[in-house]
Design a binder for this molecule. Sequence first.
Ligand SMILES: [Zn+2]
Length: 218
Amino acid sequence: MRLRVLLVAVLAAGVAAASAHASARPLRASDAALLKRPPTPEEMIAQNVAARLTRLHPEVRCGPLGISVPAGALVTGITLIPSHGPAGYFLLLPEMCNYLAWFREDPLRYDPSACTDSESGCEKTDELAALALATVSHESYHVLGYRNEAQVECYGVQSIWFVATSLGASVAEGQRIAQFYWTHIYAEREKATPAYWSPECRDGGKYDLRPKSHSWPS
Ligand SMILES: [Zn+2]
């Protein structure tokens, strides 16, 4: 099943780095060139959303993540977390950046409710778009200092709607995309990537960001 092949692999990592600097100063030498150049339009899109979500000003660059990934796995973003203070930047796979830009051009193209013919491949593109939105929200919580991947992923899922609406989607579409991610991607994590899954990620669970609301995940 094509869907499963992709989903088994999806990770968005946070890696602790030994540095006291909270600016966008490179935490790895290999990131220096990326951070040195001005952001592309796609990177500006991601940066603006991350700034809205975190109320910080992380820099975002699209490029190689600089980590080795197990065969068959897909890591879509990475945040280097300094030992003190917030992270100054995160990196996204170029494919994720492309989806952010395409999403902003035409959010309705990625509305899961419009995907009625799974043979057309729309499920896969909807999934990659949802993944791109979720990667921005996931990394944003790392920027805020959270390190526990299950907690970060859960908070990220609950903020997919925010990323979607920041890029021009209606609230209703943002909620549909979050629901799509929840059922198609998050549900796979319990077995596929258990470090990114928690039974407390649910309405009323420990990681529920809006305990007074029974709407889930957004
Ligand atoms: Zn992570």
